[in-house]
Design a protein around this ligand. Structure first.
Ligand code: ARG
Ligand code: ZN
Length: 872
């Protein structure tokens, strides 16, 4: 039954594996068509475990050549291999198992296991790719020491890498070999090898205790001059983890490899990180500031996993956020320390709301620790990653930084070498701070975004703040309880000055609370003037705030609050409210103009921009169409989009002179540096170019585009030109294509810029891109640059009233699912957002999803689409 939801694995069914694997020896005869893998595993029954009837090993798409137990060849009656499982009766409590299998890297288009990227062989094993290489208990709680021998043709594959330390190498005729030993026991998902014709750059790092580590970054020769930034970011990451958490690196070498074909961003394999080259390779000519910041973040993220993930790993995949949430938290903190903490926090919140809040409000809402899944690949989500990081931050905000850090260090030390659970993490925090963190588990077990409702009043000199929290029901989880919410507040008067209030006998100008009930009432006596409440300062918990602030009050906060998050948020809140009113007006052909209050807020931004350009650029970033769709019911995206355009027009009209002056003074030939301050100036320039596109400015923008000397400015200008969508844009695109047609990473930008533009006829443009000679379904970056850019970043095009956006995407998903189901299922999640679109389009989307479900699709795709289909 293709329409049936696939079978699910349950957290409650977790059972330990009865055996330990004391040693794993692997030998590879590498060849892109047919690679021979020989393995030898030393099994030992765990104490207290009964001898099971069968030993079960995972194995997927393996051509079985031979099996041995304790050195004796098995005949086919002594084992079974079906449904991706190998079974045999154990010969004794301790025994050796040997297997010889063949696999075809070249035929592996799913990019899980051993596959070919360009002319290099590489692996991706998380979560369940190792079973596509050889037989193994492919689960994170079985940790083993790995010894690996690689042999390959020395001209085709001059570089041979594996986890751990290199111990031997040599030549055998046409071939050569390399042996690697990893002294740290690890689960199979952290296994990796690479073989290819790659170049590298090296550096040395001296650790905390004085040990020298050789760092290497390997890429294809075309990229070799673009990895200095990644190396620098790696060195800073290693130092940061020593300084902040006392974590030291633990091998003689640390290797990083960039490949062009990769399903995700990067992977933390022990001592051998493998990266999507889009997150590794950058210079001023080919990468934007956004790319540089992402490279810094992901380099740090994968490096930090060496402790949060590798030395301490996960007991089972339900605990995925134990490593991912914690590691995202750590990379966010790193970026905040390297750049601007205020700007970083706002970026993280924008990201969280755009992706995680949408997921949490949609048909695939799940908790940070899900209790069931069909395909674990579908759970590398924003909830596991970003909400997981926010929940860590909630704990930090309750405990304070110093207790939190003590707890984190205790977690690393007491769980070193173990496969841990979220309980182990919480236990370390609790025991080192003596704080019970009441109710924190509920952040892990409940899906959905809590709503925090705030009502303030002043009656007879008593100022009251009433706080009520509730979490709306989500699919399969109707009943919710309170969660602990750390909260900082401050008070301002009408002139924007901080007010000092009398609270239970002391004078305070701010207050920290940890909400641990559904409702909380706070009262202040002897108040004459109603304070303007600054609340959820620093965004200390991932909640939706509903407050009774008037626009006048929000404008006071937008102008004066010393909390940079609330100052930014207050302007956003006024803008969101007015844009939703605007969208309604557009739909009903009513007059609409933005308020004076809102315009004053925006006009101020231009006057103070030079104090902090990066922050000013964030203030000028209008609430995203997608976020406004999320905030509506039965949305018409084109009306929301139109309201946004009206707001941008007014901002431009009222600040024309300042914008023109800034652009006239802007140095298009300034020397490029990726640092946060220079990037901030360019992000403000991008906001100005976008606003300038609301004038008759095409030829001017095109001239700037031609004279821009770095990719950041070029892309900002291409974005502004795309908004207008006239001939100047086509000209710029032609120049861009001719300059960069041989650089795949830059070419991805050519595709994504066009796929995400709402101008003209977006579906027609999408169809043209799909038949472009450079479009391929086999490269995930190219797929994302077209399909995801359109389905996620082009809500107007995707939700076209005639359903042609949905139809075209579903047609591609059917093809893509047969090639790379993991990437296909990820793109399909774009349909989660359709639940907020008006009913007519929803029903067209449903027809297309049902058509998709009638195809012979992967279990990944089934899991995602069948649940969307039920809710749409
Ligand atoms: N653990 C990797 C990271 O650093 C991501 C692995 C992605 N795997 C997947 N099946 N989607 O976040
Ligand atoms: Zn990660």
């Amino acid at each position: 039954m293709p329409n049936q939801a696939p079978a699910k694995i349950q957290l409650k069914d977790y059972r330990p594996y009865p055996y330990s694997i004391l040693q794993t020896n692997l030998s590879f005869e590498l060849d892109k068509k047919r690679t021979i893998v020989k393995s030898k595993l030393e099994f030992a029954l765990n104490k207290n475990d009964e001898v099971p009837e069968y030993v079960s090993l995972d194995g997927e798409n393996l051509e079985l050549i031979e099996l041995k137990l304790n050195g004796r060849l098995l005949d086919t009656t002594e084992y079974t291999y079906s449904n991706d499982t190998l079974r045999f009766p154990p010969p004794s409590d301790k025994f050796s198992f040997e297997a010889t299998v063949a696999i075809s890297p070249e035929a592996n288009k799913a990019l899980s296991g051993l596959y070919l990227s360009g002319e290099s062989l590489c692996t991706q094993c998380e979560a369940e790719g190792f079973r596509r290489i050889t037989f193994f208990p492919d689960r994170p709680d079985v940790m083993s020491r790995f010894f690996v021998r690689l042999e390959a043709n020395k001209d085709t594959y001059p570089i041979l890498l594996a986890n751990g330390n290199p111990i031997a190498s040599g030549t055998i005729g046409e071939n050569h070999f390399a042996e690697w030993n990893d002294p740290w026991p690890k689960p199979s998902y952290l296994f990796a090898i690479v073989a290819g014709n790659l170049l590298n750059k090296s550096a040395d790092f001296k650790t905390l205790s004085g040990k020298n580590v050789k760092l290497n970054i390997y890429v294809e020769s075309v990229d070799i001059d673009r990895i200095d930034y990644a190396m620098d970011a790696l060195i800073r990451s290693m130092k940061w983890d020593e300084d902040v958490f006392g974590r030291e690196y633990d091998l003689d070498v640390f290797n990083v490899v960039g490949v062009r074909d990769f399903n995700a961003g990067a992977m933390e394999n022990k001592g051998l990180n493998i990266f999507n080259s889009a997150l590794l390779v950058a210079d001023s000519q080919t990468a934007t500031d956004f790319d540089f910041a992402n490279i810094e973040r992901v380099i740090a993220h994968e490096y930090f996993h060496n402790w949060s993930g590798n030395r301490v790993t996960c007991r089972d995949w339900f605990q995925l956020s134990l490593k991912e949430g914690l590691t995202v938290f750590r990379d966010q903190e790193f970026s905040a320390d390297q750049r601007s903490r205020a700007v970083q926090r706002i970026h993280d919140v924008i990201q969280l709301r755009a992706r995680q809040f949408a997921e949490d409000a949609g048909p695939n809402a799940h908790s940070v620790r899900p209790h069931e899944y069909a395909s674990i690949d579908n759970f590398y989500t924003s909830t596991i990653y970003e909400k997981g990081a926010e929940v860590i931050r909630v704990a930090q905000n309750i405990l304070g930084e110093s207790n939190f850090n003590k707890g984190a260090i205790k977690y690393f030390e007491t769980n070193d070498g173990k496969a841990a659970t979220i309980e182990d993490w919480l236990e370390a925090l609790r025991s080192s701070s003596n704080d019970p963190l009441d109710g924190i588990e509920k952040w892990y077990s409940q899906a959905g975004t809590p709503i925090l409702d705030v009502k303030t009043d002043l009656v007879e000199n008593t100022y009251s703040i009433k706080l009520a929290q509730n979490t709306p029901p989500t699919n399969n989880q109707p009943v919710k309880e309170w969660v602990p919410i750390p909260l900082d507040m401050a008070f301002f008067n009408k002139n924007g000055e901080k007010m000092v209030l009398d609270f239970e006998g002391t004078h305070i100008d701010s207050i920290h609370l940890n909400l641990s009930t559904e409702e909380t009432l706070i009262e202040f006596e002897g108040i004459d003037e109603k304070p303007v409440l600054s609340i959820l300062r620093g965004f200390t918990a991932p909640v939706k705030l509903i407050s009774d602030h008037t626009n006048e009050e929000l404008a006071i906060l937008a102008a004066h609050d010393d909390d940079t998050f609330v100052r930014w948020e207050s302007l956003q809140t006024i803008a969101r409210k007015e844009l939703l009113i605007g969208a309604y007006a557009v739909k009903n052909n009513m007059e609409f103009s933005t308020s004076k209050i809102l315009m004053n807020c925006y006009n101020n931004v231009f006057d103070i921009a030079q104090n902090d350009y990066a922050y000013a650029a964030l203030l000028l970033q209008l609430p995203a169409t997608n976020d406004l769709i999320q905030a509506s019911n039965d949305a018409y995206p084109e009306n929301i989009f139109a309201a946004r355009e009206l707001l941008a027009t007014s901002i431009y009209e009222q600040n024309k002179d300042k914008i023109s002056k800034f652009i006239a003074d802007y140095k298009f030939d300034a020397e490029y540096s990726p640092d946060a301050k220079s990037a901030g100036l360019r992000s403000y320039a991008a906001a100005c170019f976008y606003l300038l596109s609301f004038d008759d400015s095409s030829s001017e923008l095109l001239e700037y585009f031609k004279s821009a000397n770095n990719m950041t400015d070029k892309m900002s200008l291409l974005f502004a030109l795309a908004r207008k969508g006239d001939d100047a844009w086509s000209q710029a695109l032609n120049i861009f294509y001719n300059d960069w047609k041989s650089n795949n990473l830059v070419l991805d930008k050519y595709f994504s810029n066009q796929a995400a533009s709402a101008s003209g006829n977006p579906v027609k443009r999408l169809k043209d891109l799909l038949v472009h000679p450079d479009f391929v379904l086999t490269n995930p970056n190219r797929v994302r640059s077209v399909l995801a850019s359109f389905a996620v970043n082009n809500p107007v095009g995707f939700n076209s009233a005639d359903g042609s956006g949905y139809e075209t995407i579903v047609n591609e998903l059917i093809k893509l699912d047969g090639i790379n189901p993991m990437v296909a299922a990820r793109v399909a999640t774009a349909f989660e957002r359709v639940v907020k679109i008006e009913p007519q389009r929803r029903s067209i989307a449903k027809q297309h999803l049902e058509r998709l479900l009638r195809e012979n699709i992967s279990k990944q795709m089934q899991e995602i689409v069948s649940s969307i289909n039920k809710s749409i």
